[in-house]
Design a protein. Structure first.
Length: 168
């Protein structure tokens, strides 16, 4: 039943030993990472793991890295670390992004506002958005305020964009 649930939801699974040598990969994982069976893994989820300074116990517990860009895509990444293995779950966010963008396009946003939304839901910071769109912080503030106003007028709140995103 677990195997079917993982397959149905297209969740990639990888099991590594404590030396980060891949012991098992499902098909979804092979599509994302390539065939790594028997090889040590230092990229993708293992880079997130290595850079995580907030780990209370380095080799034990669970960690979730939301909206992470690895292997040319965005994923929610969960690592379960035990005494003898590291289990990785990768859940692609591509379909969710496409659904979100379709939803926001239908709300009457301008092309530029849609670009701001697209970058926001992919985890870009305000500074990144300004740099990528070649706009000032004041212009970004205007776009964000217009997005919020449009949603307020519709009686909705855009979940992708918390109020803290509005630059001061």
């Amino acid at each position: 039943m677990l195997k079917q649930a993982l397959q149905t939801n297209n969740i990639a699974v990888c099991v590594k030993d404590l030396n980060k040598r891949v012991q098992m990969q499902n098909e979804a994982c092979r599509r994302i990472c390539g065939d790594q069976l028997g090889k040590p893994c230092e990229t993708g989820c293992m880079e997130l793991y290595a850079q995580d300074e907030d780990q209370q116990w380095k080799g034990w517990g669970s960690r979730t890295y939301r909206n992470s860009f690895i292997h040319d895509g965005f994923y929610d990444v969960t690592l379960l670390c035990g005494n003898d293995s590291i289990i990785t779950f990768l859940q692609s966010l591509q379909e969710k992004y496409e659904m979100a963008l379709t939803y926001y396009r239908e709300k009457g946003l301008t092309r530029r506002e849609t670009e701001v939304v697209s970058l926001s839901i992919r985890g870009s910071s305000n500074s990144d958005i300004c740099r990528l769109l070649s706009i000032s912080k004041a212009t970004l503030r205007t776009h964000l305020n217009n997005i919020y106003r449009k949603f307020r007028d519709l009686g909705e709140m855009p979940e992708f964009l918390p109020a803290s995103r509005i630059p001061e």
